[in-house]
Design a protein around this ligand. Structure first.
Ligand code: CUA
Length: 310
């Protein structure tokens, strides 16, 4: 899932077009380099003649015409054609059958909304395989950039307007979107898990995510919910089915179903969760979330509650 490798492992039509262009440019570059290296070697190791003036003039002109004018024009026009083809493959016309998803960049996490499905989540993007996804990309603060190398090109998340990016995954798989535009202290820790899955799995995921999480059944979790509402958590976070409706931080309705905390910073485990809530700055310096001063018992209850948010 490293970007440098991932962009040469295309899993969708847009990424395929970009990878094809890349390979054409590589092999054309290699061919041109070899031709000139051979010509240079031939010139260097050729036996010297005594009467160079008369022998050289005509062949030199021919070399300049063919090697310096004709070949670059042919190669560049060819690459221009390939580039236009790749640009068409990564077009931004929204196909009617596409799935609309809104992604809003924040310092340093992603808000993800499925307006037609009524699902809101954070730092995870689930998409059905074989269907075009029309991403509407914006930012709540500074400029970020969305990039899933296996699925397509980069696109900026701008504060002032929405950019559209059409992606499609041809195969199921898990990918990583890393922010591709420097956006402050924790730019490198702004990752999103992208899960491409068969349509039935995707529909099941949507059905799960649409509803409020189950009511806490054991005492610790119920007490943890009280802690959540009393501490300032609810001011910034939303949990469907509760009074928590804050919009400043990630939606936590189905937090337990996500694999990481802090937008890909640490794994979503009970231990990391309590570390994160105690002092998120020790893990991800500069995040907007403040630390808390809870007793050990309160913290255990809170972590138990958050683990029920399936
Ligand atoms: Cu967001 Cu870099």
């Amino acid at each position: 899932m490293q970007p440098g490798v991932a962009s040469l492992d295309p899993q969708g039509p847009a990424a395929q077009a970009i990878a094809d262009l890349w390979w054409w440019m590589l092999w054309l570059g290699v061919a041109v380099f070899l031709i000139f290296a051979a010509a240079l070697a031939a010139a260097l190791f050729r036996p010297r003649s005594t009467d160079e003036e008369t022998r050289e003039r005509k062949p030199t002109r021919r070399w300049i015409l063919w090697g310096g004018v004709v070949m670059p024009v042919v190669v560049l026009v060819f690459i221009l054609g390939l580039t236009i083809r790749a640009m068409r493959a990564t077009q931004t016309n929204v196909p009617p059958e596409s799935l609309a998803v809104e992604i809003i960049g924040h310092q340093w996490w992603y808000e993800v909304r499925y307006p037609d499905e009524g699902v809101v989540t954070a730092n995870e993007l689930h998409i059905p395989v074989g269907r075009p996804i029309a991403l509407s990309l914006t930012s709540a603060d500074v400029i970020h950039s969305f990039w899933v190398p296996e699925l397509g090109g980069k696109m900026d998340l701008l504060p002032e307007r929405a950019n559209t990016l059409i992606l499609q995954a041809d195969e199921p798989g898990t990918h990583l979107s890393r922010c591709a535009e420097f956006c402050g202290l924790q730019h490198t820790r702004m990752a999103m898990v992208v899960v491409a899955e068969p349509a039935t799995n995707f529909d099941a995921w949507v059905a799960d995510r649409r509803d409020a999480p189950p009511e806490p059944i054991d005492n610790a979790a119920a007490q943890g919910r009280e802690v959540f509402m009393k501490a300032d958590c609810a001011r910034c976070h939303t949990i469907k089915g509760t009074n928590a409706a804050g919009l400043g931080g990630p939606d936590l309705t189905h937090l337990a179903g996500r694999s990481t905390l802090g937008a890909g910073t640490v794994p979503n485990t009970a231990g990391q969760m309590s570390r994160w809530i105690t002092d998120p700055h020790a893990i991800k310096n500069g995040v907007k979330m403040p630390g808390t001063e809870l007793t050990g018992e309160e913290m255990d209850a809170l972590v138990a509650y958050l683990a029920t948010l399936q």
